[in-house]
Design a protein around this ligand. Structure first.
Ligand SMILES: C[S@@+](CC[C@H](N)C(=O)[O-])C[C@H]1O[C@@H](n2cnc3c(N)ncnc32)[C@H](O)[C@@H]1O
Length: 397
């Protein structure tokens, strides 16, 4: 792979975050984004591949397309994979692994499709390399190959990310119900948080909203803490180019000047949050404290709240309803002039918040369909608030 070469690229993301990812790619200079379902397609050179991995907060993986063909059965899949010159991309001493996804395909077993591709690659190497072949390493391969078969059309790509990009490298400990870093960043973007209004997560758990918000507010690329990306193990890895991309990114990081704070009533969660915050270098800037939300003092100024309350696995329905009702009462009584965003898959529990959401967005937290809802807490009646909003709008026009 050469620096000037132009590649067809695919960035994978979570459902609902595609437009955010397209904006992020535009920000790093990509001009031809095409939004699909959980993917954004684009083209770019090696620098684009490196930058997309380093900068995109809402990307899960960046794939570099190698070949595509019709694969109506396993023979076609094997034959076309075998004919591709894999030896130009890696050698017999490298290790490889296959990830496969099938959508509307005659081939119905993902593992079987992956096995066929693995066999074809191994046989190809045996043929061109004196009967030698690279070994498979599913945990930490040098080269990860992505097989995507949709409507019997197969695309083979190199996965330039390696480990999923939600693994930023700053979360070392485990938390019971951590939020994906990619989802947290995507929700912050969807919410339209301006990066300057003080941000509070009053049920912060391991602190994912806090760290992702701080990374955004300081212009810190999310990949800055990762030990390695897949492309660093590729044949022809351009170390100088990567150093330059990383150097430029580092130079644009600014200090945190926005107030970001979190609290939780669970000691273990707070310890995880404190560790994660420290691993990002924000331990002097982000405040976390042990506190039940119901006990939080009114901030006395407009703030931006974002939270992911428990959704019910360990709570009885009446406890859960009580918790969501408490959130609503607390927001109404102590946070007038502020706005709050709540994500939850539990629509019934959410009704107990008792406030009218001004926006509802459907997103997925893993397999769970969730609503991400916005509440604006205003002083006085809704009529007065709406009147004020209209006035503000007409005076800014
Ligand atoms: C789903 S987890 C949040 C996960 C978090 N977004 C993360 O990234 O790790 C919900 C959190 O709410 C906390 N919690 C529940 N009720 C609370 C309350 N009344 N006050 C403060 N924290 C609460 C729990 O301890 C738990 O850590």
């Amino acid at each position: 792979m050469k620096a000037g070469q132009i590649f067809e690229l695919t960035a994978k993301t979570l459902s609902g975050l595609e437009p955010m990812l397209a904006n992020e790619l535009a920000d790093i200079g990509v001009e031809d984004v095409q939004i699909g379902t959980r993917v954004v397609e684009f083209t770019g050179n090696l620098a684009t591949v490196y930058k997309a991995n380093l900068y995109c907060r809402t990307a899960l993986r960046i794939l570099v397309k190698l070949e595509s063909f019709v694969a109506e059965d396993d023979d076609q899949l094997y034959k076309n994979t075998f004919e591709f010159p894999w030896e130009q991309y890696f050698g017999v001493n490298d290790t490889f692994a296959i990830d496969a996804t099938l959508i509307r395909s005659t081939l119905t077993h993902t593992q079987y499709a992956a096995l066929k591709v693995k066999d074809a690659i191994a046989d190809r190497f045996r043929k061109v390399s004196n009967n030698e072949r690279p070994s498979v390493d599913v945990m930490s391969p040098d080269v990860r190959i992505n097989v995507h078969i949709s409507s019997n059309y197969c695309t083979l790509s190199l996965d330039s990310s390696g480990e999923s990009l939600h693994r930023r490298g700053y979360k070392l400990g485990m938390h019971e119900a951590p939020m994906s870093e990619v989802l947290a960043a995507g929700l912050l973007m969807l919410s339209g948080w301006d990066k300057t209004t003080p941000l509070i997560d009053p049920m912060c758990g391991s602190g994912t909203f806090l760290t992702e918000a701080a990374l955004m507010a300081t212009n810190t690329p999310p990949g800055m803490f990762r030990k390695q990306f897949g492309f660093e193990r590729w044949r022809g890895f351009d170390e100088n180019l990567w150093r330059k991309v990383k150097g430029d990114a580092k130079a644009s990081i600014k200090p945190l000047t926005t107030e970001i704070s979190g609290s939780d009533f669970n000691t273990k969660s707070l310890e995880a949050a404190a560790d994660n915050i420290k691993n990002c270098g924000f331990e002097m800037d982000i405040r976390v404290e042990k506190l039940a939300f119901e006990k939080m003092d009114a901030p006395g100024k407009p703030v931006f709240l974002i939270m992911n309350p428990p959704y019910g696995e360990r709570l009885k329905p009446e406890q859960l309803n009580g918790l969501y009702a408490m959130i609503g009462t607390k927001l109404k009584n102590d946070f007038s002039g502020s706005e709050a965003w709540i994500i939850s898959p539990n629509i019934d529990a959410m009704k107990n918040v008792g406030l009218k959401p001004s926006r509802k967005i459907t997103v997925y937290n893993g397999p769970l369909e969730c609503k991400f809802m916005n509440f604006k807490m205003f002083k006085g009646s809704l009529k007065e608030f709406k009147g004020g909003e209209a006035e503000a709008k007409s005076s800014s026009e």
